[in-house]
Design a protein around this ligand. Structure first.
Ligand code: F6P
Length: 319
């Protein structure tokens, strides 16, 4: 490849800017011409593409959001939309594309790869729901935000001897709930991957309060249901009225942690080097500290394995 482009797509995540910077700077370092597509696949269809230089990505490593903006684009799901996108790249001589995003974005990259554009996927989502990588870009920051919020909730919960239900993001994946729950000492972690028993949870809560616990935190991944509904179900069973906090899009903003910035740098540079070596249709990941490539086809058709060991550990430690 001689000319490559980069885009961000789907829900944004902290560290996307650091990843864009890495792709642009690594591409220029290796003598490529580098372009950026604005607003994800929508920009690809609308031909919103510009050339980047070293300075175009200055002062962004620390910023949340994505300077390239992002969109969830329905038109790109059609074969016509995909063809138009590929044509817009080709007319500029761009033959490589790095897509930074989650599951849906990967599907688009896969289609473009089948249309002859060399594509690389970088896992950019707070959900950590992409398989064949231990971590996605943004996950570490999102978990830190949740842990910070729970620290604050604990203060007021223990003053009032109250219980708190915290609803976090994660439509199909409970990783944010699991990692933040473990790190913040939540008593109960509800995730879509593991069935739960509200009778047992409500009973344990009453017992804990009776035995002198001063607060109780229940963390709920949005894929399980609404925090408000869980709180009502608990009240119905044991009379305790938990306060509900929905963290929402706060989890997707703010400055990325150093872990996310470093991951973004490693994966962005890896994607560029692999494109130069002629790879295409691959997802870049990190497993046990080692950079790995996996067929996007395989990634989009595999469900990420849930870490039951950590889940059990959280249970053991939160009694
Ligand atoms: O995929 C990332 C994510 O933040 C999910 O956790 C959440 O369900 C979804 O995006 C929210 O999407 P939107 O920003 O479109 O409301």
């Amino acid at each position: 490849v001689k000319k490559i482009a980069v885009l961000t797509s789907g829900g944004d995540s902290q560290g996307m800017n650091a990843a864009v910077r890495a792709v642009v700077r690594s591409g220029l370092f290796h003598g490529l011409e580098v372009f950026a597509v604005q607003r994800g696949y929508a920009g690809l269809i609308n031909d919103d593409i510009r050339e980047m230089d070293l300075r175009s990505v200055g002062d962004i490593i620390q910023r949340g959001g994505t300077i390239l903006q992002t969109a969830r684009c329905k038109e790109f799901m059609t074969p016509e939309g995909q063809q138009l996108g590929a044509d817009n790249l080709r007319k500029r001589g761009i033959d490589g594309l790095v897509v930074i995003g989650g599951d849906g974005s990967y599907q688009g990259a896969n289609k473009l790869s089948k249309l002859g554009i060399k594509t690389m996927g970088l896992p950019g989502t707070i959900d950590n729901d992409i398989p064949f990588t231990d971590l996605t870009i943004g996950f570490d920051t999102a978990v830190s935000i949740v842990v910070d919020a729970i620290n604050k909730l604990r203060d007021t919960m223990s003053s009032h001897e109250r219980s708190s239900v915290v609803e976090v993001m994660g439509r199909h994946c409970g990783d944010i709930a699991l990692y933040a729950g473990l790190a913040s000492g939540a008593e109960t972690i509800l995730v879509p991957e593991v069935p739960y028993d509200l009778d047992e949870i409500a009973q344990r809560m009453s017992d804990n309060f009776a035995q002198g616990k001063r607060h109780s935190i229940i963390i709920v991944a949005e894929g399980v249901g609404k925090g408000e509904d869980i709180a009502q179900e608990i009240t119905r069973r044991n009379g305790i009225e938990p306060r509900v906090t929905v963290l929402g899009h706060i989890q997707r903003g703010g400055t990325p942690t150093h872990n996310d910035r470093i991951l973004a740098g490693q994966l962005g540079d890896f994607a560029v080097r692999k494109l130069i070596e002629g790879e295409s249709g691959k997802s870049c990941g990190i497993i046990k500290g080692e950079l790995v490539l996996t067929d996007i086809d395989k990634v989009v058709n595999t469900k990420k394995e849930f870490n039951l060991e950590l889940y059990e550990l959280a249970k053991r430690l939160s009694q």
